[in-house]
Design a protein around this ligand. Structure first.
Ligand SMILES: Nc1ncnc2c1ncn2[C@@H]1O[C@H](COP(=O)(O)OP(=O)(O)OP(=O)(O)O)[C@@H](O)[C@H]1O
Length: 303
């Protein structure tokens, strides 16, 4: 678990992080979402003690990171995938990390195999593609088998297969009961990655809630429901306050209730569901609307 309490970081007159308070729970993937310059990287750096807060505090599993002697066995982090010694091989790079963190050397081969870099393990990192560097950064985060993992923009540079792999990995790490905290400035990246969202803008907390309820906040957000019981379910949903529009046979487009609530109502009234999907556009819309006032640089506008 990560507990962030009234965390603030100033750089001169810039307030990079402004009184943030939130908790990242184990057992699910939490997305850390915000436009460029929102303070995500600064927050992640404070979580692992690389930056000192101006005020406030952050603990990981109840301890400040720097008070914890186990380093990489306590928290694994991918912050900047390009921040590696290009002249070294992946094996040498991870070997140094293992030795300085009292991690058995056999973990090096294990994590390289896990991220799909076993075949390139002895090549110079300088010749790696951005996607390979991301995989190496993920390997380093996994090296100490830590209960808490942080990833700053981990999908950058990955091809679609890589993105799918990373999503599966995050799911598995969360299912193992670990705390998984993943930053991104793109809602579309979080949509199929996170269960819960912490959204920030200009250093401040904008939302801290499950993905589904965040999506439902967007104006015009909708949930598509496919069911053989369309008429009956439409009646139930309308009675619960939703607006329901039939969209062809067996399909309803619902606004005013989120996917969780619709699933619950369908279950309670014994209606079968074949599809329940929050429209991607609505997630994007919710994000844009909620962060509109906190975007640092807007095209064609000086702020
Ligand atoms: N070392 C520093 N010195 C001065 N200002 C800084 C420093 N690091 C960050 N900032 C400023 O703090 C703010 C937050 O930056 P940060 O990198 O944490 O945002 P971010 O949400 O990670 O953005 P991005 O998505 O672009 O990576 C920005 O205005 C940035 O310019």
């Amino acid at each position: 678990m990560i507990e962030v309490n009234e965390l603030t970081k100033r750089y001169g007159r810039t307030v990079a992080v402004d009184g943030l308070t939130f908790t990242v729970e184990p057992g699910c993937v939490t997305g850390f979402l915000g436009p460029n310059g929102a303070g995500k990287s600064t927050t992640l750096r404070m979580i692992i003690g690389l930056n000192e807060p101006t005020s406030g505090s952050v603990t990981v599993q109840g301890h400040r990171f720097r008070d914890h002697p186990r380093g990489l066995r306590h928290v694994g982090a991918l912050l900047d995938a390009s921040d590696v010694h290009g002249g070294r091989s992946a094996v040498a790079h991870l070997g140094v990390l293992a030795r300085t963190n009292a991690i058995p050397l056999r973990r090096v081969d294990e994590v390289l195999a896990e991220v799909g870099l076993a075949g390139a393990a002895r090549r110079r990192i300088g010749g790696y593609s951005l996607g390979m560097k991301q995989r190496l950064g993920i390997a380093a985060a996994l090296l100490g088998d830590p209960p808490v993992l942080l990833f700053d923009e981990p999908l950058n540079g990955l091809d679609p297969e890589g993105v799918r792999w990373v999503r599966g990995l995050f799911r598995r790490l969360a299912a193992e009961g670990r705390t998984v905290f993943v930053s991104s400035h793109l809602m579309s990246e979080m949509e199929h990655t996170a269960d819960h969202l912490v959204v920030v803008g200009r250093g401040r907390l904008i939302a801290d809630e499950p993905l589904a309820s965040f999506a439902a906040r967007g104006r015009g957000s909708s949930v598509t429901v496919r069911t053989p019981d369309a008429d009956a379910l439409a009646g139930v949903l309308t009675a619960a306050g939703a607006q329901v529009r039939p969209d062809g046979e067996e399909r309803l487009v619902v606004t005013g209730l989120d996917a969780d609530a619709i699933g619950e109502l369908a279950h309670r009234h014994g209606h079968r569901l074949r599809e329940l999907a929050t429209s991607a556009a609505s997630l994007e819309t919710a994000f844009m609307e909620l962060t509109a006032d906190s975007v640092e640089y807007l095209a064609g506008e000086s702020r």
